[in-house]
Every structure is written in structure tokens, then in C-alpha cells.
Design a protein around this ligand. Structure first.
Ligand SMILES: *Cc1c(COP(=O)(O)O)cnc(C)c1O
Length: 469
């Protein structure tokens, strides 16, 4: 053999926390970060993980109630995923799928994804991430209408405070105004309607009524634009990065009805909600709608390796396959064999451990009960959960439903207490959110709830001391 054997480098050299932070600040530009501010403060260096826990470079143990970044559904340290990657790397570390070729892991994963997806999905287009998956959505949706001779159907409707990734198309589909403000976004022919967030957009309304009202904004937008100009609507079944906003149960069926009425494609961004998070394989099943496309990433490999893609429903697959000709789109890593091998092992593990049922029947309801119990806390205005994701809204006056002034950054204050007390809970404004690994047990939820209560109490003491409460 002509391969040269070299000593594998240690996974990382040993350095002190300070040394890591200095090298980090000198060279590593982090995503969604104020580079200058972080360089002064220093990053927290995470070095190891097991189950639902992380350890930092100072040896602190941290309960990861965010599953990394909404992705480590099977928890850390699953040997089956490690073995799948190792075996595939030895056998065939890479081959592409461009030139009329395919690899066994990509084919088998496509087959398995079709099995676990709702029945209208038998085909998949692979990408490297959720953002790339949503770029594919834009290309595929517009191509579909071109093939059908309706090229004027260009506009895709998303939602304010929706999140669909950070590429040009992903950030455009998303409705984060602070992202649009940088880089001249959105790209043309992407527009947004308001989100189904009752606390901001439906104060005092009956929940079911509000769900229908929020869905009616889609119909109003379609009529304003002209139905013959609208290609698709995209949304997350439950908004994740926007703050775990669970829509009323009346919302999605009404969205479905409106899309059907005008023949508009319906896209479910399942990057967070997919692979058991909501107590079903996909969030659209929990929310009761039948999309034409589903974007996935994150939980498909439990984050062990990057992979994303789009499930393509029969309505679109038929046209693309039978009438489409060449589709001039794809990525070097579409169907990467190692990523696909890890995804196969991950999905099989979700099946073996019955994690979807575990969330639906056991820990999901258990979390819901405990989050509801938090509403007695003086700081907590409301809580909501869906499967194993949840949000706690911190408010100034719960009787009147008054929020804190946003410049007080009460959510960030709470988050810093979590950080200091060994809990990863994220703040989106004053919404404290969690999405823990699906392998979590009831006793681990008890442990997490104790940490959450302690951090809420510390935050309450702070806002009282500052005279904000
Ligand atoms: C994270 C996320 C994305 C983007 O995925 P990346 O892998 O970060 O590109 C897209 N949509 C949703 C709903 C997400 O949560």
C-alpha cells in the first residue's frame, strides 16, 4: 500500500483555560457573536460530554438542556454512531452522487427516511445542513412551478421571527429583522407575515380564535400579492430559535386549508421538530398538517456529524421526475456516505430506544406538568411545552401581563445564573427555552427542574434588588 502511516494527533493538546481562550480570541470568529466583546470576556471551553451532561475545561459539569444546538437527540457518547462513522470512513470515506453514482449508506438512508416520514414522502434530496436544505427548498419550489408553466409563481411567504438558517436563502426565508439588516436581505420575492405568538399578537384573545386569526394573515397576504404569484408558504411547526413558540392547535390545519385553496405549496421546516422532538417523528404530525416538502438537519444525525436535506412529497416528486429534466442544483456533500452512515445508526437507535414514544407518552407529559407548575413563580408569566421543548416567559407583572423593558435584558440575566449553576438554558429576549436530549429520564427532568427553579429564584432576587420588579 502507498498510504503513509503517521501518528494520529491527540484529539486536542492540553492547555489551560486561559490559553484556549487566548488562541480562540486570536483566530476563531464564532457564529452570531460580537467578536470584540467575546475576545475580552473569553469563551467557555467545552471539552467532553456524556449522556445529557457536558464538562468544561475547568472540570465543571453542566446539564445540557439545549441538546447542543437542538440536535443531540440521542444524547452524547452513543457508541453505535461512533462505530458507524469509523466503519464507513475505513470502507469509503467519500464519493459523490453527481455523476450517476450512489453509495450504499446514502441509498439506505433515503429508504429509511421514506419509512419514518409521513406517507406522502418517498424521496429525499440531501444537503449538508439545514440552511442548505432551505436553499434547496427555494430552488426546488421555483423549479416546480417553472416545469408546470407557471414561472410567475415566485413568491415564498415566511413568518416574522421564523428561523430557517443563515445562508442567503435561509436568512431570507427567516423573519429575523436583525439578520435582514446585514447583507441586503431578504433576496427578492420572499415576504413575511406575522407569527402565531399570542402574547404579542393576540393579547386577551381566545386561543382557538387567535390560531385562526393568525392563519388568516396568510390568506390576506396571498390575496394582496395575487395567488398566481405565490409559490409556497414555509414555517416551523413550532418556532424554535424564535423562542419555542407553540401555535394554537387551530393554526396549522387552517394554514393547510388556505394553501390547498390557492394551490400553494406547503413547506414544513422540521430541522428542530423532526426526529422525535415533538413526540412524533415529525412536527407536522403533531400539528396536524400534510406538507409538500420537509426540511431536516440537526436531529437526523443527533449532531454527531453535519447532514441536512429535504423530503420531497409525491405531488412535487412526480413533476420533477416525470417532466423535469435536469435539476441544476446540488452540493459536493449531497449524500455524504459517512454522514449518511451516522444518520442511519442514529435513526435505528431512536427506533430501538423507542425515543419517539418515550417523548410522547412519558417524558413529554412529565415535562409539561412540571413546566405548568412553574407558573406559580412570581417571575413567570406563562410556560408552554411541546414534546421535549419548552419555554418560560419572564414578566414584570404577571397579573397585568406586562413584560420587562427589553433593554433590561432580564433573560440574559437569568441565562448567566444558569451558566454559573451548571445548566444550559437559552434566552430569547425574556423567554427562557429548553430542548433537552430525548434520552432524558424523569429523574433527570427532576434534576433539571431544581436547577431551573434555583436560577429563577436568583433572577428574582436580582430584579428585586435592582428595583425592576
Ligand atoms: C438550525 C435551523 C436551521 C439551520 O440549520 P443549519 O444546520 O444551522 O444550517 C434551519 N431551520 C431551522 C428551523 C433551524 O432550527
Amino acid at each position: 500500500m502507498n498510504t503513509i502511516t503517521i501518528q494520529a494527533p491527540a484529539v486536542a493538546t492540553k492547555r489551560t483555560t486561559k490559553e484556549w481562550q487566548q488562541a480562540d480570541a486570536a483566530h476563531f470568529m464564532h457564529p452570531f457573536t460580537d467578536f470584540g466583546a467575546l475576545a475580552k470576556k473569553g469563551s467557555r471551553i467545552i471539552t467532553r460530554a456524556e449522556g445529557i451532561y457536558l464538562w468544561d475545561s475547568d472540570g465543571h459539569k453542566i446539564l445540557d438542556a439545549m441538546s447542543g444546538l437542538w440536535c443531540v437527540n440521542v444524547g452524547y457518547g452513543q457508541q453505535a454512531l461512533v462505530d458507524a462513522a469509523t466503519r464507513q470512513m475505513k470502507e469509503l470515506p467519500f464519493y459523490n452522487a453527481f455523476f450517476q453514482t450512489a453509495t450504499p449508506p446514502a441509498i439506505e438512508l433515503a429508504e429509511l427516511l421514506a419509512q419514518v416520514s409521513p406517507p406522502q414522502f418517498k424521496h429525499v434530496f440531501f444537503a449538508g445542513s439545514g440552511s442548505e436544505g432551505n436553499d434547496t427548498v427555494v430552488r426546488m419550489v421555483r423549479r416546480y412551478w417553472d416545469i408546470l408553466g407557471q414561472p410567475e409563481r415566485q413568491i415564498i411567504i415566511g413568518r416574522k421571527n421564523g428561523y430557517h438558517g443563515s445562508t442567503m436563502a435561509g436568512a431570507s426565508l427567516g423573519g429575523m429583522s436583525y439578520m435582514h439588516a446585514q447583507g441586503g436581505l431578504p433576496i427578492p420575492n420572499i415576504v413575511h407575515i406575522d407569527q402565531p405568538y399570542a402574547f404579542e399578537n393576540g393579547k386577551g384573545m381566545d386561543t382557538a380564535e387567535f390560531g385562526k386569526l393568525a392563519a388568516s394573515w396568510l390568506e390576506a397576504k396571498i390575496l394582496e400579492l395575487g395567488a398566481d404569484k405565490v409559490a409556497a408558504f414555509i414555517g416551523e411547526p413550532v418556532q424554535g430559535a424564535g423562542g419555542v413558540i407553540v401555535p394554537p392547535s387551530t393554526y396549522w390545519p387552517e394554514i393547510q386549508r388556505i394553501c390547498d385553496k390557492y394551490g400553494i405549496l406547503l413547506v414544513s421546516d422540521e430541522v428542530i421538530c423532526g426526529f422525535g422532538r415533538t413526540g412524533n417523528w415529525f412536527g407536522c404530525e403533531t400539528m396536524g398538517f400534510k406538507p409538500d416538502l420537509m426540511t431536516f438537519a440537526k436531529g437526523v444525525t443527533s449532531g454527531y456529524i453535519p447532514l441536512g436535506g429535504v423530503m420531497v412529497g409525491d405531488r412535487m416528486a412526480k413533476v420533477l421526475i416525470e417532466q423535469g429534466g435536469d435539476f441544476n442544483h446540488g452540493y459536493t456533500y449531497s449524500g455524504h456516505p459517512v454522514a449518511c452512515a451516522v444518520a442511519l445508526a442514529n435513526i435505528k437507535l431512536i427506533q430501538q430506544l423507542k425515543l419517539v414514544e418515550h417523548v410522547r407518552d412519558d417524558v413529554g407529559p412529565y415535562l409539561a406538568e412540571h413546566f405548568a407548575g412553574l407558573r406559580e413563580h412570581p417571575l413567570v408569566g406563562s410556560t408552554e411545552t411541546c414534546g421535549l421543548m419548552g419555554a418560560i416567559l419572564l414578566v414584570k407583572d404577571k397579573a397585568k401581563g406586562l413584560p420587562f423593558a427589553s433593554d433590561l435584558e432580564v433573560g440574559m440575566l437569568c441565562r448567566s445564573h444558569c451558566f454559573a449553576n451548571g445548566l444550559i438554558m437559552r434566552a430569547v429576549g425574556d423567554r427562557m427555552i429548553i430542548a433537552p436530549p430525548l434520552v432524558m429520564t424523569r429523574s433527570q427532568i427532576d434534576e433539571m427542574m431544581a436547577l431551573i427553579r434555583r436560577c429563577l429564584d436568583l433572577t428574582l432576587a436580582d430584579v428585586r434588588a435592582k428595583g425592576w420588579f
